[in-house]
Design a protein around this ligand. Sequence first.
Ligand code: HT7
Ligand code: ZN
Length: 893
Amino acid sequence: NSVVRLEDYIPTPYSIDHVSLTVRLDPLETFVTSTLSIAPREGGSEEAALTLDGDDLVFVSARLNGDVLEDSAYSASDEQFILKNPPQEAFTLELVTKLAPQKNTQLMGLYRSNGAYCTQCEAEGFRRITYFYDRPDVLSVYDVRIEAPVEVKYLLANGNLVDSGTMSTPEGYPEDQLWHYACWQDPFPKPSYLFALVAGDLARVEDRFVTRSGRDITLHIYVEHGKEDRVDHAMDSLKRSMKWDEDVFDREYDLDIFMIVAVSDFNMGAMENKGLNVFNDKYVLAKPETATDTDYALIEGVIAHEYFHNWTGNRITCRDWFQLCLKEGLTVFRDQEFSSDMRSRPVKRISDVQQLRARQFPEDSGPLAHQVRPEVYSEINNFYTSTVYEKGAEVCRMLETLLGKEGFKAGLDLYFDRFDGQAVTIEDFIASFEEACSVDLSQFALWYRQAGTPDLVATYSYDAAREQLSLSIEQSCPPTPGQPTKKVMHIPVRFGLVGRDGSPVGFTSVIDANSGQEIGKSDCTVLEIRERQHKFILTGVSKDAIPSLLRGFSAPVHLRTNLTHDDYLCLMGHDTDPFNRWEAAQFILMDHLVQQTRALQAGANTSSHALDDSILEALKACLMDDSLEHAFRAQLLQLPIESDVGREIGHDVDPDAIHRARESLRHALSTALGDSLIDLYKALDDKDTSFRSDASSAGRRALRNGLLDLALARKEEAISDLAVAHYHNATNMTDRFAALASLTRNEMPAANALLDAFHAEFTNDALVIDKWLSLQASAPQEETLQRVKDLLSHPSFSMNNPNRVRSLIGAFAMNNQVQFNRKDGEGFKLVADIIIELDKSNPQTAARLANNFRSWKALEPDRQGQAKKELLRIANTESLSKDVADIANRCLQ
Ligand code: HT7
Ligand code: ZN
């Protein structure tokens, strides 16, 4: 199996400075004429053949400087075009290929979605359109002419529209068929992965944005007809993103027009093609009756993310795909910051950390662990991972923590100035910060090169006589594939002191006990851990205090401390850092769940381990505390998810025991909090039925729905009736779906009729049906397996649409620990069957499903055996794609 290595990077021997494309659209016979202006690169090896990439291409013809090429001068296959002896001065090469977009089920290259033509070129899709140096370090200026029958109403490509009109009907088409064309020019050199073309009979919503230098930008969002009423939130999010990037990062938009197209068949979330973003419609369309508050927040975040790529990704791009985190980590960091500014910063931080723990930590602790900047891959599509994206963003956040807001901004400004228009590396990125801030980041750079989640063990003690608090932090990092031992990392630990009465406690100075140097005064908020065992002494600590460590989750690590339960309770009640208040609650609940699970696995019954009254009191106090944001209180109500508990336990994991432990804790909490849950639920009822999507309104709904859900854990009929009424009285999808989900997950008998009613009401709304599919697939009950099998042949399901597949099978494998990890292996078998079937038409989506096997080695032996059997079955399937083979083989290693 061929692999690509970072160390093998060499530039192409030729540059392609200009690309002129003419695309004559037809479902089964699209012709692409590509005229490339090519020149040997200075210093490139002389007389090297020109080898261009292709994938599944049908070659039609080739001309060199206008003359038809002799057969002996080139070779062309579906995978390559080779010009054997290229001229050693600038020349043009015209290549014609023929495509069948209608038959393109992989959704890479040019394909059709609901009758419209669209493209997806990242990472290696452009080579499915025409032969090219399909790699990010070849930057070219593109002119594109699109031709199609006039029924294909809009003809769109990157850049600015420079010409359009009717044309004579091409040969071979009925004479009375009217054709038209449009010509687009993108003045900014770009790599092929940012090319885009969209054409179809779509509806267009228009708006404008005036940049801070006074340029008037046209904004267009294209959607399917009939969906125009769901675009307002996306448009508003786009305008706020454009303004925010000017205000916070001094980045102004650069073309005259910015377009977004929403399509219903898309492998991922969205794509940042220059000036023409293509979106999975899930991340564009929203109205209160069909989209939840979570959808609203996701849309805002994804619109911002793709827009921010215009600078971090498009204007400055990656030298090679190993540098993916250069654009993705930084852009996720930017979109997280945007959402924090638009909404509540602590609430956003908590939800980002929840996501990191749920997705990245399992990746980092299993067989698929890899560096933020990997050094080898066999299929690049499998590296669009949580490690590259979310951990990549954490690395940027740590840089900001270490350098301060101003230092970080200075480094980024230098990066933008120095590398605009170039394809660069992580080393270039880091050097910008080193130079702007005069710091040495060589040890910090290990975050890009070392996989695995570091473990920190912090031990503190207080010496009243000396008024000193000493803190010792030991770091280690578990082995990961290919990296048995790890170097010592540079880890920022944000901290503060909290007195036992809850008040903040000061100190006079911070001494690095390893070097004996004073490293900070009373305003020091960050400890820089640079040694395996790093000890600090805080002087002038006048009273006993509890260290609040890793505030704001200042590094993506796993922290253990010698803090007692009482210490955590104190932090939970009083820490000035809201993140650590939430974290303290999570720690206590996690500890309880781990102990309870262990007891259950050892044969105890569910009520073996009672929850301490002091914990209940502390939780209740936070829940009822009106000075805290609703959304934050809603987050406090959420118990650690089952997969997080499994990872905390680490080995011999029994998902059934975890589920039982968690359910029994929910029941205990619900019972102990009693009527106060429903009283608060009722008090939060907003009589104003007009819908507002802002963060504060969403927070109120989140808390109210969370209270109802916890109350339902008692499984009382009266509360079930309340939930049913909640469903019927709901004026928006958030409340409606929350009631349906709570009734379903809590296995209330009323759920089934409501599930049917919900389906009947939204049959024609695929994005709502996705919620219906994933809710059923996530239900932990025994019957779910059969229900999922039945749903595979339901008219609302289609294996051809990635959103449907993710909603049903993805949700089953990702959100249903109990049923996916069934002891009888039937859960693994079902998912493996789907992976094998889907692989034939859409390997990328199939490989993403296969990722769900990543934690199999932590399971107890019986389940491990079942998972391994299915992984082997997948790996041994004939004609398996490279995408799925790569994941299955790495899982098995
Ligand atoms: N940069 C985009 C990545 C992406 C993608 C990658 C592989 C295959 C299909 C894809 N669609 C989009 C999305 C982003 O991170 O902004
Ligand atoms: Zn991105």
